[in-house]
Every structure is written in C-alpha cells, then in structure tokens.
Design a protein around this ligand. Structure first.
Ligand code: P6P
Length: 330
C-alpha cells in the first residue's frame, strides 16, 4: 500500500493485502467518493449558498437543513447509478428505499452528519455502512443484520481538508482529497487508535440530565491524576464524525450516553453507531452502549437510537464499569 496512492488506483489495482480492488464493493466505494467530492465542494461554498432554513423534519424529528436533502439526493443518485444497492436506509428518508431489487448490497447512510454546523463553518461528515444482501428477503422484517455483519463502513469528514476513512474488514485507511485534482490520496494507511488517550468528548451541557454513573465518569475524567494523565482535555464539536475522528487519531473516549432527554441515547444505531463502531474496532478500539458491544446489536427499526461509548479500549471498558457498576460491562 503506497502512501500517496490515489483512491481510484487503490480500488482498481489489487496488491498483497488489498483484496478489495476490482470488486463490486470497490465500485460502491467509488460511487460514495464521487458523491462526497461533489458534496464537499457544496459544503465549502460558505454561508451564501447554504440555505439552512428548515424545510422539513426527518424521521427522528430533527429539522432538515436544505444541505441535508441535497446530500441525501447526491448519495441516492450515485448508488442508483452504481446499480449495486438493493435497500437503502438513510437518516433523511422516513422509510427504507429499494433502489435496485436484484442488487448485492444493503446500505445505510447518514448523508450529512452535523449539518447544523454549516452556519458556523464547522466540520460535518457523511457516514456509510455496507452489508451483503441476503439471497432472498423477508420484506416483512428489517433486512439489516447485526452490525458485526457489515462488510465495509466509513465516513467522509468535511473539515479544513476533506477525508475518507474506511474499512473493508482489513484495517482502517485514511485518504485526503486533493482539491486541484479532485482525487483522494492515501494519507493514513493502517490507522490504529492509541490504547489510551487524554481526550474525552461528551455534551456536558446535559450534565444535570445524566445518571449518577455518567456523572461519576465525567468526574473521573476531570480528576487530576498524574499516573493516568488526568485531567483529560474536553473536546466537543457537535458533529459525531469530527469528534470521533479526533479520538481515532489521538486516543480517548467519545460518549453520547442515555439521559432524561434521550433515554435510549440520541445517536442512531444503524447509520451512525454501527459503521463507526466497525471503524473503531478495526483500529483496535471498542464501542459499546455501556454494557453491550455495538456490533453485536441488530437494529429493530431503521431509526433506532442507542447510547454510544467508543474510543480507546481501556477507557471504554472503564467507562462502562463506572457508569453501570452493577452490570457486567462489555
Ligand atoms: P447534541 C448531529 O445532530 C448529531 O447527530 C451528531 O453528529 C452529534 O454527535 C450529536 O447529534 C450532537 O447532539 O445533543 O450534543 O447537540
């Protein structure tokens, strides 16, 4: 795997450990990256082009920015054109969409995560998850299996640079967009999360809404202790992809736990937590709902929510023990 290699070459030329090249899955990743390059250009246009008036509300009751709908349409068009997506679960579509009924893959996407950051020119992202479609489908039930059945997952991060970070089950690789050539180049081959880290990422504005266990873990992060590098630094951008990317590179923990405002957690299992959990586990970290491994869970419906604790393995395990002392944390 040669650093600097373009994504299109990586997806077309098979090398030793790169078994993805030339497969239909590589074509799906190529479709995603084409849509993301177009979306990145729109996102970087700045406020004058981002009409952020809420035009409608998604299934989770969140105001849909105009950019959310544009992002959704870009990914749907790219997947339709690929002919490889049978069923699509999108944050921005109320129901499951059937794109090509004989296609080989089930796909879940969050087309534009953190879109409320657009107005303040802060990072946003897109998240995707790919499953092999079953030979025959029982349309009466959710077709998506447990998260551990994903065959690929990743995210695009629209920050100072636009990045693609993905796994197809053989490690995590990061590509950075060269805006002059509109090509992604391999910039972070074989990403591994630091075993420990000094960042914790949680919306502390909800402190009063958290259970005692979560409050105890926040105190743990804030308590000075030289041995464990505490107090940790708090970082929270309001965009899951951006906050998780920092934890992936620098180590630490991201938490969106249950609260009295979100008793099941806010983040969605299928198209936010499971793809990111696959990335983090492939990079050597952990992802749980506080007691259970995220990848062992199976979404009962498209927009099911879950608490999420993810990042450096040791910290995620410790957080589970502090937050749920009575339960055997995963
Ligand atoms: P809060 C964005 O709306 C999002 O789904 C994630 O990207 C982000 O982590 C979370 O919600 C932020 O939620 O309640 O802290 O504003």
């Amino acid at each position: 795997m040669n650093s600097g290699q373009t994504l299109s070459r990586f997806l077309r030329e098979s090398t030793g450990q790169n078994t993805l090249a030339g497969t239909p899955l590589a074509s799906v990743l190529e479709a995603f990256s084409g849509a993301a390059v177009r979306l990145s250009s729109q996102v970087s246009q700045g406020r004058q082009l981002l009409s952020t008036a809420a035009t409608s509300y998604n299934a989770s009751g969140e105001a849909q920015q105009a950019l959310d709908l544009r992002a959704n349409q870009l990914f749907i068009s790219a997947l339709k054109e690929s002919g490889l997506c049978r069923t699509l679960a999108s944050e921005e579509s109320q129901e499951l969409l059937t794109l090509n009924k004989d296609a080989p893959y089930l796909i879940a996407i969050d087309p534009l995560d953190g879109s409320t950051n657009a107005e303040s020119n802060l990072p946003m992202g897109s998240i995707f998850s790919v499953y092999q479609a079953p030979a025959k489908e029982d349309i009466s039930k959710m077709p998506f299996p447990a998260g551990k059945e994903q065959i690929a997952a990743g995210y695009f991060l629209y920050g100072p640079a636009t990045m693609l970070v993905f796994t197809a089950g053989h490690g995590v690789h990061g590509f950075t967009l060269d805006r002059t050539t509109q090509e992604f180049h391999l910039s972070h081959p074989g990403l591994k999360i630091p075993h420990a880290g000094s960042f914790y990422s949680i919306n502390e504005g909800y402190y009063s809404l958290f259970c005692q266990g979560t409050k105890r873990f926040i105190h743990y992060c804030q308590y000075p202790d030289y041995e464990t590098g505490r107090p940790f630094s708090s970082r929270y951008s309001g965009a899951l992809v951006a906050d998780l990317h920092r934890i992936l590179l620098d180590g630490g923990i991201f938490l969106y736990p249950a609260s009295s405002k979100y008793p099941q957690g806010k983040l969605r299992l299928l198209y936010e937590c499971q793809p990111l959990a696959l990335i983090i586990e492939q990079a050597g970290g952990r992802a749980t709902n506080g007691t259970m491994r995220i990848l062992d869970l199976q979404a009962a419906n498209q927009h099911q929510r879950t608490p999420l604790l993810t990042g450096s393995a040791s910290l995620v395990t410790l957080a589970g023990k502090i937050i749920h002392p009575a339960l055997k944390a995963n």
